[in-house]
Unconditional design. Structure first.
Length: 201
């Protein structure tokens, strides 16, 4: 029984040591996020790639992928969180490699022109070689961005454009929104003079 107690004590001590040195309670947190936006075909949208870290990252590689058949690359620029480095467009991704000046902020921004007419386009975000000034490497998490394509309203027509009513009479107006697959087809009715005519949804 004593041998068993001693064995259990040794096992418990070993687990405590492993927890202290392999799984520290205050592990570093390095996070990258790409923004998500919406727009119609032909619109220009801006994507922000940001860093939020609990430790001072000295340098890293950060890559934002995109589908060139859905999004046309226009331009990119480094953000306030970086001190130096290169920013390149490969035709399928925008890649930053360089040094940081802040724990949080914008790494870079990218402008795209939306080419597709509907649906959405995912922007996968990855990062490697996150190191501090002592060359210690850190794991990181990433959140990819997305461009959601909206269909703007191009026109609204009514079934009646001119109506004559006597006091107390009512009529119904029906609105047709084009295109039929517009993202927001909500129509709001108002009156210019409520003493003459009132409207209701």
């Amino acid at each position: 029984m004593r041998k068993m107690s001693k064995f259990m004590a040794v096992v418990s001590a070993f687990i405590i040591l492993v927890s202290m040195f392999v799984f520290p309670a205050n592990a570093a947190s390095v996070n990258y996020t790409a923004s998500s936006v919406s727009g119609a075909k032909g619109d220009t949208v801006t994507i922000y790639v940001n860093i939020s870290s609990s430790v001072a990252i000295w340098g890293a590689n950060v890559m934002l992928g995109y589908n060139s058949s859905e999004l046309q690359y226009i331009s990119s620029s480094k953000g306030g969180a970086v001190s130096s480095g290169s920013l390149n467009n490969t035709g399928s991704s925008v890649n930053f490699s360089g040094m940081f000046s802040a724990k949080s902020g914008t790494v870079f921004t990218v402008k795209f022109k939306i080419l597709k007419a509907s649906g959405s386009s995912t922007l996968p975000l990855t990062s490697t070689e996150n190191i501090d000034s002592d060359a210690k490497t850190y794991q990181c998490s990433t959140k990819s961005g997305k461009v959601t394509v909206t269909n703007n309203v191009t026109g609204i027509s009514l079934n009646k454009t001119d109506v004559t009513l006597k006091k107390g009479e009512t009529t119904t107006l029906t609105a047709t929104v084009t295109p039929s697959n517009a993202t927001n087809k909500t129509v709001t009715y108002t009156t210019s003079d409520s003493r003459v005519a009132k409207v209701s949804a």
